[in-house]
Design a protein around this ligand. Sequence first.
Ligand SMILES: Cc1ncc(COP(=O)(O)O)c(C=O)c1O
Length: 86
Amino acid sequence: MPRIDLRSDTVTHPTPAMRRAMADAELGDDVFGDDPTVNALEERAAALLGKEAGLFVASGTMGNLVAQMPTWTGARRRSPAPRATW
Ligand SMILES: Cc1ncc(COP(=O)(O)O)c(C=O)c1O
């Protein structure tokens, strides 16, 4: 299988250098903002995209939920009887 397969992020295989980088990464508790690797990744992503901050999530499903949550909570705050947005 080729190293880069753009059908999905889940079918691309990491190179040996990528595996080494993962194994050697500095670790910490991201809940407390103490993971230097996650902090660096979030800062780099924010800078690349011209955003104030970045947020790393550990799965695609988590990303989908985080993206939807402001819609749900915003709808609740605007009206005591929230209208469905989906
Ligand atoms: C938009 C989207 N949602 C969900 C998933 C599922 O990801 P996971 O198995 O990491 O939750 C993917 C996987 O690539 C995705 O692209």
